[in-house]
Write a protein that binds this ligand. Structure first.
Ligand code: NAP
Length: 306
């Protein structure tokens, strides 16, 4: 056991997967949960919580570790509510997909006797809610911690041990760097997927179902990503605005350059470009973050997102 009592605030995909992994590994003495709706709390109590509470304030009482697993836009309100009820010496972490906005929303509420260690698991699926979690979600996935400069090293080490025991590979990163990197590897690709599916939806009206009927693997992968939770992704774009707009600007430049190559019939440019991008795919496989097996969008496996 690494923490005696763990409080999960928000009981969706990430929190439920953590609870299943904690139970599988015997990592917590007691798992207490809180979510907004009674319906979610009931499901959580049946599937993975030892106890659920009607308020977040009750859930955190006596907890050694508090995990904020709500959409990024709800973090400030929760932090304000729980702050007066935290046990001295408690560790507070979060799993939000954006880090600067969470630090700004949470840190000002917490007193000096509490250790705040922001975090983000790079693991997820397009499913949400308390039924969607599973114990192996974090296996061989990165979990980035973005501790603030004066954070207690012993508590960082303990949290690392806890996350590693759930199967994650843990790394530490600066807050701003995290938001830029995630804008490249996750946030902007999601926006592009949402856009492409929107375009196809428009086309479908024009071409009477063919887009759906004959959709090839590329489009099916886009639809899987574009099925991700609307609240979570709205908050990601509203709170990682600058980094996403920066990457989108670069994306638009590249797109125009490829558009021009197509118009001019510049096969050499297209071939050279696609050769470079294929190397990136190889690098991801070599880094163990995906397999080389063909996947036509049918395999039910977790994607590395968020
Ligand atoms: P989810 O499945 O949609 O669950 C969200 C949970 O938060 C629900 O239990 C919801 O309760 C609860 N909640 C929302 N607002 C609340 C409030 N004001 N007070 C109390 N509970 C509240 O979400 P998730 O996918 O686990 O995502 C949670 C966090 O993880 C987000 O910050 C997201 O950015 C991050 N993340 C997600 C992924 C991913 O791929 N899904 C990956 C990495 C990180 P109800 O059910 O009662 O509404």
């Amino acid at each position: 056991m690494i923490y005696q009592r763990v409080a999960l605030i928000g009981l969706g995909l990430i929190a439920s997967s953590m609870a299943h992994a904690m139970r599988a590994g015997g990592l917590a003495g007691e798992i207490v949960g809180h979510a907004k709706s009674a319906e979610t709390r009931d499901v959580a109590l049946k599937l993975f919580c030892d106890r659920v509470t009607e308020t977040a304030a009750e859930a955190v009482q006596g907890a050694d570790l508090v995990v904020l697993a709500v959409p990024v836009g709800a973090m400030a309100e929760i932090a304000a509510e729980i702050a007066p009820h935290l046990k001295p010496g408690a560790v507070v972490t979060d799993v939000g997909s954006v880090k600067q906005a969470v630090v700004d929303a949470v840190a000002p509420h917490l007193g000096p006797g509490v250790h705040f260690i922001p975090g983000h698991p790079l693991a997820g699926t397009e499913y949400s809610g308390p039924q969607s979690g599973f114990a192996t979600l974090f296996q061989n996935r990165w979990w980035l911690l973005t501790p603030l400069p004066d954070t207690n090293a012993v508590e960082i080490a303990r949290l690392r041990r806890f996350l590693e025991a759930m199967g994650a590979n843990v790394d530490e990163m600066d807050v701003a760097r995290h938001d830029l990197v995630l804008a490249v590897v996750s946030h902007t690709p999601h926006l592009i997927a949402y856009t492409m599916v929107g375009v196809a939806d428009h086309m479908r009206r024009v071409s009477a179902q063919e887009v759906i009927k004959y959709s090839a693997s590329g489009f099916r992968d886009f639809t899987r990503i574009a099925a991700s939770d609307p609240t979570m992704w709205r908050d990601v774009f509203l709170t990682n605005k600058e980094a996403v707009l920066d990457i989108l600007g670069r994306f638009a430049e590249e797109l125009f350059s490829l558009q021009r190559a197509i118009r001019m019939g510049d096969g050499e440019q297209l071939h050279a470009y696609f050769t470079r991008t294929r190397e990136i795919r190889r690098g991801i496989i070599e880094a163990g973050q995906d397999t080389a097996a063909p996947d036509f969008g049918r395999a039910a496996r977790p994607k590395s997102e968020g």
